[in-house]
Structure formats: C-alpha cells, structure tokens
Design a protein around this ligand. Structure first.
Ligand SMILES: Cc1ncc(COP(=O)(O)O)c(C=O)c1O
Length: 397
C-alpha cells in the first residue's frame, strides 16, 4: 500500500529527529566506551528508598496514588518544591507559582506553547541543549543565537540585538554547568540579563537541571532570585538528582501557571500521581539532600579523572572547558579537523562522543567542537576512552 504523503501535517514535516539519537546505532556497538549520552549513572539511583516508599504508598494511599490527579500536580509536592526552592534561593515562592511537569522537557514545551507565535524571536545560547530547541521548534520561532564564552552567554550581544531595533519574546538560558559546554553564567551577566529583560520586556527561561550538581567553586545566585519583576521563569528537574522518573517543575507568576495548567491538559492531563507521591515522600523524609551529596561525590571523582587524563594525553591545539559541576565537558579541536570524520575514526577506535554541531541552530555551528559526558562511564573507562579519543585525534592531525 502506498501512503498518501498529504496525510501528514505541516508540523510533522517540520519537526526533526534528535541528532543525538541518530548517532545511537554507532554508539551501541560492542566495546564502545560512550561519552555520548546524557544519562545519569544508574549506580546512583536510590533503589532501596524507592522500594520502601513505594511499598508504603501502596499500603496507605493506593486510591489516590494510582488515580488521575490535578493537572498542576500533587499539591503536597508543589508545596514541597516551593519550600525547598524558597530556602535555597532566599526568595518567597508560593505553591501556586509552581506547576509539576512530566520532566522539565515538558515545562519547556508548555512555556513555548503559551508564549511563542510563529516567527517571533527566541534567543538561545549558541551552543545549547538540543531538547530546548526541539521544545520551541513546533511553534515556528525565529531562533536568535547568542555566542558563549567561559562566562556564559555574551549578554552584550543580547544588548546589541535590541540596540539594532530587534525584539525578543523569550531568552532561553541554562546558567549552571550548561549542557553542552559545562560553562556557568557569571553573576554580572545574570544581572545584565535581568536588566535587559526589564527594559525590553522579554521572558527569561532559566533552565536549571544541573544546579545541585556542583563539585567545586561557589554557587552563583539564580537569575530568578535576581529578578524582582516577574520576567524570569525557573524550571528544574528530579532527573539528575533522583532519577529520570519524568518529573520536573516550572516556577512562574501565578497567572502564568494558570495558563500552563490549561496548556498541559490536552498533553497528558496530569503527571503520574504515584511518582509524584514517591518524590514528595523522598523530599519530606529528608532523603534528597543526602542523596545529592552522594551523587556529587560520585560525579566529582569522575569529572576529576576526565580533566586529569585530558591534561595528560590531548595533543597540542586542543582545548576544553573545566566545568565546576554538571555532566559535560566541551572540547574544541583545531579548525581544520573534520569532527564528523573524527567521530567515525573514534568509533573505529571504540570510543563515542557527540559532534558539537548538533547543539547549534542551523548556520551558526562551530564545526570543530564536541561534547563528552563524564558521569556515565567509570574512572577506568574514562581514562581508556579519553586515551582512545586522543589517539583518534592524533591519527587525524
Ligand atoms: C539543559 C537541560 N534541560 C532540560 C533537560 C530535560 O530534563 P528532564 O525532562 O529529564 O527533566 C535536560 C536533559 O538532559 C537538559 O540537559
């Protein structure tokens, strides 16, 4: 049977598969050490506590835990998230400023859904998280890339964008240990962003799934806490500090949460009540902070191995970021190196990474870049994998 090509919508033709998932058939070959994925280390999942809490929930509240729930989320979890963030950020966040989402991926999608009209400008870091781009893409925005350096997004470029008479609806930023670069946005630039948002009336979406994963250096105040004008939304996730059980949140003014509530109804009605109850008890039985301490110690050791081996074996002309937290290091190789060819050479040598071009909007790509994840493989594999990567590079140089 031939399928009539007209059965598909314009949107279905427009959206593209994740460039990272397209690398999977290569990465999954036997013996390949993979720095490609964005997965947390399964060794860190708090399985025992999950068993214990789930058992208790099913004993004591099966009727509500296995039932549909409010679209904005289990009120107990909304309150617990509001309390935790208020304390951490030193600001007052009310429960009705929080919506629980099915991962922060959904928070980004819903925010795009309620704000972005076709052709409106959405500012993004260049490079940025591919899932962020794909959350906005269905609404046909005009993506505006702003370059990054070791202090994060270059806010003078944002200022220049407005000075040239342009506008922005949203600016999407990942200020802490950014995916993919590992870079943290400086305090000065955070303040500058807020100043620009107030002056030019755009929304800042602060995406902060890695903030709790700090291994060195001092925490920087969130953009949200620097903004007393309501222009900043703050979204976060339990994926990296608990498990990618698919729960995240978004904090915004209450009127925005009311809109997001309506937007989420046709998407999934509500996020699963069982997992929300599980995370609620995990938080209120004070398991979360010790869990974060455990994960950060575990990941810090892996980051340290990766940075040490990079220092030891990388050929001259190669540079990389030194992230204070998160999951990724961003490597820049000499400009004449074809990173696509390097990827295939590395696969021959049984090591995988993600080509940097995957993280840029079309036309803005710095081709001589790549991302490596330092949390998924153990210390020995990191050492061996980075040696294989250096070897592959030397074969190409
Ligand atoms: C910057 C960033 N934002 C959001 C997400 C989505 O996280 P989740 O939907 O699992 O909460 C990720 C996942 O890798 C990410 O790196």
């Amino acid at each position: 049977m031939t399928i009539n090509p007209d059965i598909y919508s314009e949107l279905s033709d427009h959206i593209k598969p994740s460039p990272i998932r397209a690398l999977m058939p290569f990465i999954r070959q036997p013996g390949v050490i993979s720095f490609a994925g964005g997965l947390p280390a399964p060794e860190t999942f708090p399985v025992k506590q999950i068993q214990e809490i789930t058992h208790n929930i099913l004993e004591e509240e099966p009727g509500s835990a296995l039932q549909y729930g409010p679209t904005t989320g289990d009120p107990r979890l909304r309150q617990a998230v509001a309390d935790r963030l208020s304390k951490k950020m030193g600001v007052d966040i009310e429960m009705d400023q929080v919506i629980i989402t099915t991962g922060s991926q959904q928070a980004l999608f819903l925010a795009a859904m309620i704000h972005v009209n076709r052709g409106e400008s959405v500012g993004v870091e260049s490079p940025t998280f591919t899932g962020g781009l794909s959350a906005f893409d269905p609404f046909y925005p005009n993506f505006v890339p702003f370059e990054m350096d070791q202090d994060g997004i270059k806010t003078d470029q944002v200022e220049a964008w407005f000075a040239a008479g342009n506008s922005l609806k949203i600016l999407y930023t990942i200020p802490d240990f950014q995916n993919p670069t590992g870079v943290t946005l400086s305090l000065e630039r955070r303040k500058h962003l807020v100043e620009l948002a107030k002056k030019h009336n755009f929304i800042i979406i602060e995406d902060a799934p890695y903030t709790d994963l700090r291994y060195s250096g001092e925490a920087v105040q969130s953009v949200y806490s620097l903004d007393d004008s309501g222009h900043t939304y703050y979204c976060g996730s339990f994926s990296k500090i608990f498990s990618p059980i698919r729960l995240g949140w978004l904090v915004a003014p209450k009127s925005v949460i009311d809109r997001l509530n309506v937007a989420k109804q046709p998407v999934d009605t509500c996020s699963p009540m069982l997992t929300q109850a599980l995370v609620y008890y995990f938080l209120t039985q004070n398991y979360l902070e010790p869990q974060i301490e455990k994960i950060t110690a575990f990941y810090k050791a892996r980051r340290d191995v990766m940075l040490k081996v990079l220092d030891e074996v990388m050929p001259e002309g190669v540079t990389w970021t030194r992230p204070e937290g998160g999951m990724f290091v961003w490597i820049t190789v000499p400009e004449h190196v074809d990173v696509q060819a390097l990827f295939h050479k590395a696969i021959e040598n049984k090591v995988a990474f993600v080509t940097g071009s995957a993280f840029f909007i079309e036309g803005a790509a710095k081709q001589n870049t790549l991302r490596v994840n330092f949390v998924s493989e153990n210390g020995e594999q990191i050492e061996e994998g980075i040696k294989r990567l250096a070897q592959s590079l030397k074969e190409m140089l």
